[in-house]
Design a protein around this ligand. Structure first.
Ligand code: GTP
Ligand code: SPV
Ligand code: MN
Length: 597
């Protein structure tokens, strides 16, 4: 047991109490030093938790494999435990705090025996900033410790805050037996507590991320009048040095990471844009004294999707993941490198797949389906500072001012490439009615369209009807509210091919969005919002048939009439809690569609 390094009595008492339940052999306080990290990496190699990759080509890089039924967030095992069920809302699984503590308590009982309990004091947001929240995660997983060192701020500065008596989120994690039948991800917003047991997968166990920075933070943010959102934050710098920032909410695996570090396309190079990456997953936003919305990324690392990452889709990320990376569930090549479907270069002739089995390209399973080398939700953790486009404002306590909020999802049909909401209230309706096709980031049926308001359905720590009310209220608190937009990079043609080339080309859409924010361009009014005139999108250097563009910008009243039915069903779930303003928006949209149809 190393020295207890806090004077915070509440923290000391809680660590002791949890240790009495989990019965670890040792307790080790994580201090954020490299010496300690190296030691843990070495131990993790000895136990097989980490495999060291070629240190010449990939310095500081490791590979980890999770259990095969532990590869994505398990939403059906994730609960919000408020005293009243109603406060969790129809959008969440609910358990009463007493039965949740009891049920998980039984699994935690003695779960750490034979293991060390690591105590990780961490900060989400720059330490000392108005935004910052402190958490302490107790875990029996070295993999979790090493990832938390990348994803959050750990070290002396945090301990100093705790010594001052600052409150903290109590995060308890044990991998226990990694048994899916004894897996629970529990949030107690009223106690500022998270309990996660039986999993070793990122979003379930890196408790600073979705659990604290979204589910718990969204609950706190409502009370404290700020916003915790599933959004990337990026800056777009023009040649004159002026930078505008946007925040964008897309559901999991719908392109936040890609957009956040976009490299301008050839055709727009002459315009001299430069992109600054502030965050790729989570935004905390507050109204500052200037009446505008300012945002920070509470994280200090990326937990990005590996498959499909290559120098064409995301050249900035390819640069970023050359060192200090923990890869999870990717293929291991014979020369100790990481590979995934859609990676650069040649497909390796053989390797060890994400399940630890020998693999060769072209292999098929019993059902004749290709055997993948990497899991579709395989990921990597890497410090943001490795990213060549990392914003120079990452540590600034006030964050960055947001000009536009962008919603988006995967819709093969219906939603045009981009449209602008008429005003804040309508924008909240646009966000609240978002929908997307299911991806590999959640366990479940791929491709199924589900409502995912503000991309927050799996992450809102309370009744979403109150969350919509909070969004409406925030608009009223902001004299200089950002404009709200909706994008869809995923519209397809009759053959199911994407109509829009996406990735780097998305800058053309962002350009229009910023022009709208700065009143530089007119737009076409449709029943759903303002859509670009085709000639207002700069298509220099892009060979997109005029027909494709028209199809991308098309708004079909009959399709929207169908969509209204789904929206109504969704809104009805919230009964009388749904803000009346959203029903007003629904009626208005319905009328506009009818008069257009
Ligand atoms: P989480 O980390 O799960 O929150 O996801 P994310 O939103 O950061 O997703 P990410 O950027 O990793 O996107 C993953 C998937 O989106 C990959 O399959 C990409 O190929 C695809 N993608 C990203 N941008 C585009 C785009 O502009 N067009 C198309 N068609 N696909 C895209
Ligand atoms: C997501 O699924 O939205 C992610 C990955 O960003 S996880 O941390 O697992 O939630
Ligand atoms: Mn995410």
């Amino acid at each position: 047991m190393n020295k207890i390094i806090t004077h915070n009595k509440k923290l000391k008492d809680w660590v002791e109490k949890m240790a009495r339940i989990c019965k670890p052999d040792n307790i080790l306080w994580i201090d954020g030093t490299n010496e300690q990290r190296f030691l843990l990496e070495k131990e993790a190699e000895d136990t097989g938790e980490l495999i060291q990759l070629d240190q010449q080509k990939l310095p500081g890089c490791f590979l980890h494999r999770t259990a095969i039924d532990d590869v994505a967030r398990t939403e059906h095992l994730t609960f919000i435990c408020t005293k009243k069920k109603h406060d969790a809302g129809p959008n969440n699984n609910w358990m009463s705090p007493s039965s949740a503590y009891k049920k998980a308590g039984n699994i935690f009982k003695g779960a750490m025996s034979g293991r060390t309990m690591y105590v990780i004091p961490f900060s989400m947001g720059p330490v000392g900033s108005e935004f910052s929240k402190i958490g302490v995660e107790l875990t029996d997983s070295r993999y979790v410790v090493l990832n938390m060192l990348i994803m959050t701020r750990v070290g002396n500065a945090v301990l100093k805050e705790l010594d001052k008596g600052k409150d903290f989120t109590k995060c308890l994690h044990s991998k226990a037996e990694l048994d899916i039948n004894k897996r629970l991800i529990l949030h107690f917003p009223e106690d500022n507590t998270i309990w996660s047991v039986g999993s070793g997968y990122g979003g379930n166990v890196l408790l600073g991320k979705k659990c604290l920075s979204l589910r718990i933070a969204s609950f706190i943010a409502r009370r404290e009048h700020w916003m915790a959102e599933h959004m990337l934050i990026m800056g777009i710098e023009e040649t004159n040095g002026h930078i505008e920032y946007i925040a964008a909410a897309f559901p999991s695996a719908c392109g936040k990471t890609n957009l956040a570090m976009l490299v301008p396309p050839e055709g727009l190079k002459v315009k001299g844009y430069r992109i600054w990456t502030v965050g790729d997953d989570i935004a905390w936003m507050r109204v500052d004294s200037d009446g505008a919305l300012w945002a920070v990324n509470p994280e200090s690392g990326f937990f990005g999707v590996a498959p499909g990452t290559n120098s064409k889709s995301n050249p900035m990320m390819v640069e970023t993941i050359k060192k200090d990376v923990i890869f999870t569930n990717v293929l291991l090549t014979p020369d100790k490198r990481a590979w995934w479907e859609g990676a650069d270069g040649e497909i390796p002739g053989e390797g060890i797949d994400w399940q630890g089995r020998p693999w060769k390209p072209g292999m098929r399973d019993e059902k004749g389906k290709p055997v993948l080398g990497a899991h579709p939700n395989s990921r990597f953790t890497v410090p943001i500072k490795n990213c060549p486009s990392a914003s120079f404002r990452l540590e600034q306590h006030h964050g960055v001012p947001i000009s536009a909020i962008v919603f988006g999802g995967r819709r093969a049909h219906l939603a045009p490439l981009v449209y602008e909401a008429f005003n804040w209230q309508h924008g909240v309706f646009v966000g609240a009615t978002m929908a997307s096709e299911r991806t590999a980031a959640q366990v479940g049926e791929l491709g199924e369209v589900r409502r995912d308001p503000m991309a927050m359905l799996p992450f809102c720590g309370y009744n979403m009807a109150y969350y919509f009310r909070h969004w409406l209220n925030m608009g009223k608190r902001m004299p200089k509210a950002p404009k709200i937009f909706h994008v869809n990079w995923f519209k397809t043609d009759e053959r199911g091919e994407f109509l829009w080339p996406g990735f780097t080309e998305n800058l053309r859409v962002l350009e229009w969005i910023l022009d709208r924010c700065n009143n530089k361009v007119d737009a076409f009014k449709t029943p759903i919002g303002y859509v670009p005139y085709p000639q207002d999108l700069d298509m220099t250097g892009l060979n997109l048939p005029r027909q494709a563009l028209e199809k991308l910008l098309e708004v079909k009243p009959d399709e929207w009439a169908e969509e209204l039915k789904g929206i109504k069903r969704f809104f009805t779930e919230f009964k009388k809690d749904l803000p009346i303003e959203l029903w007003d928006e629904y009626e208005n949209l319905s009328k506009r569609i009818k008069s257009n149809g």
